[in-house]
Structure formats: C-alpha cells, structure tokens
Design a protein around this ligand. Structure first.
Ligand SMILES: Cc1cc2nc3c(=O)[nH]c(=O)nc-3n(C[C@H](O)[C@H](O)[C@H](O)COP(=O)(O)OP(=O)(O)OC[C@H]3O[C@@H](n4cnc5c(N)ncnc54)[C@H](O)[C@@H]3O)c2cc1C
Length: 470
C-alpha cells in the first residue's frame, strides 16, 4: 500500500468496504485488454493504490473532493474492455469502478430515449429495450461486456453506426460529476462532444440519456469477394443502400470460424449487410439494390443458410482467441477510398496470423478490429513492437490516412488527429477550468511526461520507437 495512512483512512471512512487495496484486486485493475510491456511499466504507475466501487453520484462527488484535497489521481473503469490503456492508471492513485453504480432504466416512448446508468452493459440494456419494443441504435461488438459509459468516454462506434452515427450521435443528455465536484447535466444544446473520447479526463459520467429506436426487424444479405480491392469496391457500393450495418471478415478469420463452428464457408472476404425492413416492398427493394451492388463490384452472393450464423458471430470473434497461445488485438479507423495499399501491406507483413473484422461506421470509413493470433507465447516487448508496426502501417506506411480508434494512454497526444485542432482547443480550455490539479484520469488525451525524465512525453517515446522499429 502506497497511499499515506491518513489518506487511506479518509477514503475508507467514507467508502467502507467499497474501498479495496488487496494485491489481487490491484493487479486486476492495473491493465485493460492490452497489457503494457514491463519496460514501459517502469516509467508509469499503472498499479493503483486502491479500487473504489462507486455506488452513486454523491459517492463520486465525495471521491473528487478527497482526490482534490489529497491530490490523489482517479481513473474511471467500466468493463475494462478497451485496449488503449484509458482505464489504466498512469500515476497510480485510485481506480473508480463504475460497475457498482445504482442502475435504473426509464424509457420515454415519445422522445425515443432511455435514461440509465453508465454502468449498464450493452447486452442488458438491449434486452430490456427489446422487451418494450425498442432497440439501441448503435452498439459495439464488445456488447456482452462493455458499459455504455465506457463506450462514450472511449469515443466508440459500432454496429449500426453507418445509419445512426457513433457514440456522440447516440447521446440525448449526460449527467457528469466534474473533477471540481460539481454535478452537471448536459444536453444536446451544450457541448456534449467534449465528453466523447476524452476518457473521463473532464469528469465522470453518472447518468446517460441515450437515443433509441423502434425494434424494426433486420433483413440480412451476404456476399463474398476474392480480393481486398473487390471488397473495397463492394463496401463503397453497398454503403449506398443506406444499410443498418455492413460487417466483414477476412479469409483467415473465416477459416478460424469454419474450424471452430464446423462450417464450410468459402475462404474469401465475407460481408454481411443488414437493413431495417418493415414491409415486403422494402425487402424487395433491398434485395434488388443488393444484387445490383454485388454485380457492379464483382462479388458473389453468399448461400443464405450461412448468413444467420455469421451475423450471430459478430459478438464472438473473441472466442477464437481461446484457440491460440498468444494474441494481440487493436482497432483502427480507415477510409475505404485509400485502403487498398493498406490491405496489401498488412497482408504481406502478417500473413497467416492476421484476423480482421471490419464495420462500416459511415459511408466513407470503417473501423477495423485487428487480431494477430500466435501459436507461441510472445514477449511483451515483441508485442509492443508489433503493435507499433500495425499503427505505423495504418497511419503512415500505406498512405491509407487511417488513424487510431481512440487516444487512451497509448495514443495520448493524438486527440488532434482524431477530433481536430478546434475541438482540442475547446477541450484544453474546459480541462483547465474544471480540473486545474489534473486529478481526473491524468495521462490520457494529453500526452503525459515520463517518470524520471520529466522533459520527455510518452508520445515522443511511441514515435521514436515506431521509427526505429520499422
Ligand atoms: C472483442 C472486442 C470488440 C470490440 N468492439 C468494439 C466496437 O465495435 N466498437 C467500439 O467502439 N469499441 C469496441 N471495442 C473496444 C471497447 O470494448 C469499447 O470501446 C467499449 O465500449 C469500452 O467500454 P468499457 O466499459 O469496457 O470501458 P473501459 O475500457 O472500462 O473504459 C474506456 C474509457 O472510458 C473511461 N470511462 C469508463 N467509464 C466511465 C465513466 N462512467 N465516466 C467517465 N469515463 C469513463 C475509462 O477511464 C477509459 O478511459 C471492442 C473491444 C473488444 C475486446
């Protein structure tokens, strides 16, 4: 335990058993989906001093009050499913686990919104909505373990984003406890976008009002493509159909899918296109548009009996990881138009190990979940090198104009390239106003200085390392 005894007592006096600092708990909360290499851990304090299960908004206000008085940093954590280190402490301190937040669920059928806690996991929320005839507009494929608050703070996209937009477009209102302890409600009329992708650095989300839709049935079509260039052409054509989702897999991922589930899908690029359809006429029109798009792009129509299984597989990509000794997972965003070279480069570098799942998030861009699966155990340093390689190919080497999915800890300092300079300026202004002591998730968004070498920032280390490596 490294918290001063008096500080620890102050936390435990208020939070009792909801404050924990046993070794196992601290270890669990010292990483997210990606682990940091030992050599990087030397420069940062990723092992927290304590973990708090926050129960309600009042708890959160008290936590910020104590954190400001004692200058103890706090790091929020939802499901811990992101892989960018956003929920990993940078300067030790206390991790606030939001999963304990009291949950509630209130649908407004006229406004088409649901008010709920940020701690709710997507699959639970969707189940409750479906029971009342409603549905989420967009959701991540980490549906069964990611929280709504974590998705917003991480700046997510997902299935349905091509039609309904990303996390930002789903929010009707947010309640946030700011780092100065103030409890504030933000609606679409305010600058809600500041809380999207800023990783809790501007406060902790304690209530979410999400936009919802009627649970309109989805009709699916499937197709295959022989090459990335054919598939990219196909994605462009299929986007014009105004679909709910276009989701695709690469041949290696299809092969694993066949092995694990005993199917016999062609070893090619496979895409599933889904559209909301209420009437027979709409379905006919969808089928016509789909057939036309496939004809123009040179793909083949997939046997209907596979479609439902592949669509159900969208939440199960992770189950393939159990079949390999080691793996690496990362996520990037790429434009369709400039991706051909990216596919060529990445395939030649990682042939046989490369498993891809893509989702169109707008008519022009797609998010790509990249899994590298290995039969032997890799050293942490090798994993870091591979991660940097992937990043470099995405952003620079292939001139694909891709960018990191999110900043988190790994890509802190890249907020500009994701959200633009003007948004960054507004972010900085707001941060200065509400968190002058930088206690709310320090080290994220703005690239932090390195322990022992205060003149050097983490972004520089990541940049130099990626230049040296490739
Ligand atoms: C198999 C797999 C598939 C995935 N698919 C997608 C996908 O389709 N789309 C996508 O966007 N992402 C995807 N991801 C990444 C990740 O799962 C999601 O972004 C997810 O929404 C993160 O939610 P979480 O609850 O796990 O957040 P965490 O990882 O716990 O936290 C993410 C960030 O949010 C902050 N945070 C958490 N709760 C709060 C709060 N209440 N207030 C303020 N800040 C908070 C944390 O500090 C951290 O910076 C995927 C990951 C995996 C492993």
């Amino acid at each position: 335990m490294t918290l001063k005894k008096a500080t620890r007592t102050r936390f435990t006096r208020y939070l009792g058993k909801n404050f924990r600092d046993n070794k196992t708990t601290l270890q669990i909360y010292s990483r997210d989906m990606s682990d940091l290499p030992k050599v990087v851990k030397l420069f940062i304090g990723n092992l927290p001093d304590g973990v708090i299960q926050v129960r309600n908004t009042e708890d959160m206000q008290k936590i910020y009050e104590l954190a400001n008085e004692t200058r103890i940093p706090i790091t929020q954590r939802g499901g811990g499913t992101a892989g960018f280190g956003g929920s990993v402490p940078y300067k030790k301190g206390v991790v606030v686990d939001t999963k304990g937040l009291e949950s509630h669920f209130l649908v407004d059928p006229l406004e088409l919104t649901v008010t709920t806690a940020p701690s709710i996991v997507f699959s639970d929320l969707q189940r409750q909505l479906n029971l009342e005839g409603f549905s989420l507009c967009s959701y991540p494929s980490s549906f069964h373990s990611a929280t709504v608050g974590g998705w917003i703070a991480h700046g997510g996209y997902g299935i349905g984003s091509i039609q309904y937009g990303g996390a930002k477009e789903q929010i009707a209102a947010l309640e946030v406890v700011l780092p100065n302890g103030e409890r504030k409600r933000y609606t679409e009329l305010d600058d809600i976008s500041l809380f999207v992708g800023s990783h809790g650095t501007l406060g902790t989300i304690t209530e979410v009002v999400l936009k919802i839709k009627f649970d309109i049935p989805l009709k699916h079509q499937g197709c295959t493509f022989d090459s990335p260039s054919e598939m990219l052409k196909g994605l462009e054509q299929l986007s014009k159909i105004n679909p709910f989702s276009i989701w695709f897999l690469n041949p290696d991922h299809v092969t694993s899918f066949n092995e694990v589930f005993g199917f016999n899908l062609p070893r090619s690029y496979v895409a599933i296109i889904s559209k909301e359809v209420s009437f027979e006429e709409e379905e006919k029109e969808f089928n016509n548009l789909f057939n036309n798009a496939i004809r123009v792009s040179g793909g083949q129509i997939l046997d209907r009996r596979y479609i439902k299984d592949i669509w159900d597989f969208r939440f199960k990509g992770f189950s393939l990881l159990g079949e390999c000794t080691d793996y690496l997972v990362t996520e990037v965003i790429l434009p369709v138009e400039t991706s051909e070279r990216f596919f060529r480069k990445i395939i030649s570098k990682f042939k046989g190990e490369l498993h891809l799942e893509g989702e169109m998030i707008s008519p022009t861009h797609y998010s790509l979940l990249i899994y590298l699966l290995f039969e032997e155990k890799l050293s942490e340093i090798k994993k870091t090198i591979l991660n940097l390689k992937l990043y470099k190919i995405t952003t620079k080497k292939s001139r694909a104009k891709g960018f990191p999915y999110s900043t988190g800890l790994w890509f802190s300092g890249y907020y500009n390239s994701i959200y633009g300079k003007e948004q960054y300026r507004r972010y900085q202004e707001f941060k200065k106003k509400v968190d002058p002591k930088n206690i709310s998730n320090p080290g994220k968004v703005i690239s932090p200085r390195i322990r022992f070498f205060p003149l050097v920032r983490l972004k520089a280390i990541v940049k130099i390392a990626s230049r040296l490596i490739i």
